[in-house]
Design a protein around this ligand. Structure first.
Ligand code: NAD
Length: 478
């Protein structure tokens, strides 16, 4: 893959070349790219600024058709894009294709949003007046994205922003820019006017700061530490912000749970996609009566997974996405053991045919809720078990963590499920379902510090990507 930046409808090389490696085989280079200098990033912001009014004024059906066509092209190219995703990020090929299909669905949904956009009419307190509340594009949107969903995540941000008449500058993670290049190709082929979508590659801080300074709104997904920096920068220009950040998601398993289902959803949440989902399960809070049976079954599942090259159809768990994350994961497990955690599955790095970043699904037991391993996000295939007495203690432990993104409970009692749903402080709650696995037609996000500002996707899209205008109209006596 030779991937260029895309500014004002032109493909351009940057000034600092870089490459990406296949995490399944570090000896294979996947992409050649280049980072832009400051002036080109400013050029991209200016291109978006110039193109935005024309896009907002463009006929509604034309805008909807372009977004629908983008979805169609993503579907038609899903095997190609999914395979690149798999080579660059390390998800299995099936997961890569599935993620591309999700990206297409986001564009199809956004096409519908174009024609569904609504306003409100009010009668007035004053005779001869009425009041309208309408929504207008926020303007130029800066989108900054992480490495773990390289096609779906940029797509739901870009599709939502475009649906409401905004222009976008996207900066993908430098670990996985290939899918963003393909997204730019898709939007160009769909007929999006030049400058309405721009792709820039660059260092997070330097490029990010220019984007934040010059945008009307910033939609950011990444780690909480980066989110704090971004928010501080945005405060200087009072740029509107939407931040989706880290998680430390808890699944509660009660004695009354269906054990087969509990093991299924816990293992899915903890280890599928190599644990690299912000909504993945990192804490398993299990009541005493079922604890030992649950741990034994989970350890068996962890050991049975086939870990390997992402393009091998037999592989269930692909590699860790990059060397930095891989080293952090191994250190996380060592630190947890030093704290007192017992390792019952997963012995660190796994050897395969290729020189990849393979890590065994890991289960830690005998941990306490307050320990570091239960308070800090690992973002790897690592889950720790906390034994508790009952639902009261389970809820208290689940909520005694700064992160508040997603949570779940496995129980056969509707009453227990409803109590957990109400009392959990997480932004998303799953009943008898994995903490990960989101749908695109409803809002996603967490409470601070797992999120900040309006939620993303579904009906929340309009809230962030538009500004409200209230108009008082003196039409005179009728
Ligand atoms: P990261 O914070 O390191 O990077 C995210 C993006 O921010 C990248 O594009 C990076 O280049 C850019 N960046 C870095 N420093 C910046 C700065 N100072 N200003 C502006 N931009 C900057 O995150 P990551 O390692 O790519 O992704 C993993 C994290 O993302 C995890 O914490 C995960 O939980 C989180 N995440 C959250 C959600 C959610 O919906 N809540 C979804 C996916 C991932």
């Amino acid at each position: 893959m030779q991937g260029q930046n895309f500014i004002a409808g032109r493909w351009i090389d940057g000034i600092t070349p870089f490459t990406t490696a296949n995490p399944s085989d570090l000896d294979e280079t996947v992409g050649h790219y280049s980072k832009l200098g400051e002036s080109e990033v400013r050029e991209a912001m200016a291109a978006a600024r110039a193109a935005q009014p024309g896009w907002a004024a463009c006929n509604m059906q034309v805008r909807a058709d372009i977004l629908r066509k983008a979805g169609d092209i993503l579907l038609a190219r899903s095997e190609e894009i999914g395979t690149l995703l798999s080579r660059e990020e390390g998800k299995t090929r099936a997961e890569g294709i599935g993620e591309t299909i999700r990206a297409a669905q986001c564009f199809h949904y956004a096409a519908g949003d174009v024609v569904r956009a609504q306003g409100e009419f009010y009668h007035s307190m004053r005779d001869g007046f009425n009041v309208l509340v309408t929504r207008e594009p926020v303007g130029v949107v800066a989108a900054i994205t992480p490495w773990n969903f390289p096609i779906a995540l940029p797509s739901w941000k870009v599709a939502g922003a475009l649906a409401y008449g905004n222009a976008v500058v996207l900066k993908p993670s430098s670990f996985v820019p290939g899918c963003a290049v393909m997204l730019a190709q898709v939007l160009e082929a769909a007929g999006l006017p030049a400058g309405v979508f721009n792709l820039v590659m660059g260092d997070g801080r330097a490029t990010g700061n220019i984007m934040i300074d010059e945008a009307d709104a910033l939609t950011f997904t990444g780690g909480t530490a980066t989110g704090r920096l971004v928010l501080a920068r945005a405060a200087e220009t009072m740029t509107k912000c939407q931040l989706e950040l880290g998680g430390k998601n808890a699944l509660v398993v009660l004695d009354d749970a269906d054990l087969d289902l509990a093991v299924d959803i816990a293992s899915n949440g903890a280890w599928i996609q190599t644990g690299q989902r912000c909504t993945g399960t990192e804490r398993l809070i299990v009541t005493r009566g079922v604890h030992d049976a649950f741990v034994e079954r989970m350890a068996g599942v962890a050991k049975a997974y086939r870990v390997g090259h992402a393009l091998d159809p037999q592989t269930q768990i692909g590699p860790v996405a990059n060397t930095q994350q891989f080293n952090e994961n191994l250190k996380f497990v060592r630190d947890a053991q030093a704290e007192g955690a017992e390792l019952v599955a997963g012995a660190g790095a796994v050897e395969c045919r290729t020189r990849g970043l393979f890590m065994a699904p890991t289960l830690l037991v005998g941990t306490q809720g307050a320990w570091r391993c239960n308070q800090h996000e690992s973002f790897g295939p690592i889950a720790s078990v906390i034994r508790v007495d009952d639902l009261d203690e389970a809820i208290a432990v689940a909520n005694a963590c700064a992160y508040k993104l997603s949570s779940g409970i496995a129980t056969s009692s509707l009453r227990n499920a409803e109590r957990f749903r109400r009392e959990s402080l997480a932004g998303m709650v799953m009943i008898n379902a994995p903490t990960a696995g989101l749908e695109y037609h409803v809002p996603l996000g967490g409470r601070s510090p797992s999120g900040y500002g309006p939620r993303e996707t579904g009906a929340a899209t309009a809230e962030f990507f538009t500004e409200s205008k209230t108009s008082y109209i003196n039409h005179g006596a009728i």
